[in-house]
Design a protein around this ligand. Sequence first.
Ligand SMILES: [Zn+2]
Length: 234
Amino acid sequence: MLPSIERLLILQDRDQKIRILRLELKNLPAERSSLDANLASGAYRLDAARQKARDVELEKKKLEMEAQARRDSIAKFKNQQFQTRKNEEFQALTNEIKRFEADIEKIEDREIELMEEAERLKGSVGDAEKQHTAVKAHTDRQMSEIAAKIQAIEAQLAALEAERATLSEGIDEDLLYQYNKLFSNKGGLAVVALEHETCMGCHMKLTTQTAVRVRGSKEILNCEQCGRLLYYAE
Ligand SMILES: [Zn+2]
């Protein structure tokens, strides 16, 4: 095998590793955002459940006040009934008292409903809290794993890139240019083997003449179909 091909194969191996690592690095922010979004939606659900519970408590308090106001009025009407001598007025007060008592009954029915609702909401707030705590712990773990991963990948990349630079120094400039172009245009595969007169890059058969020259391993040849650099796999 030509020494320059040998060198290019090592370079290609490092470049492929760099490529994979860069892709991994590129996908990590999306992983982070999806974790963030998941956590935020849990927090939102928890807030919504808490808000609902607060609303029910407020309505309960409001109703208690309304019922109390009516009870006070009823006491006042009863007091007025003691003082009046007019039958008509007495009757009118009785009607008011009945109306207010009916109101109180309705309010108390609603209060019972709200108490049941409050109990149910307490359960769902508890569930949402538990779930949120679990998601938060999971997210924290994942986030620190991602941070560690980024650090490791960056260190690996730095080492590979340093190695790549050293390897490149020993390669002819035109050949290196050709290799770089092929590597980025041909899916990270610039130097490929010739097997059974077939290019292992595009899987097309080469002319016998080219195949013979590649086997000779004295010159660098390109695939007639895809242009990749060829070497003979012994
Ligand atoms: Zn080819």
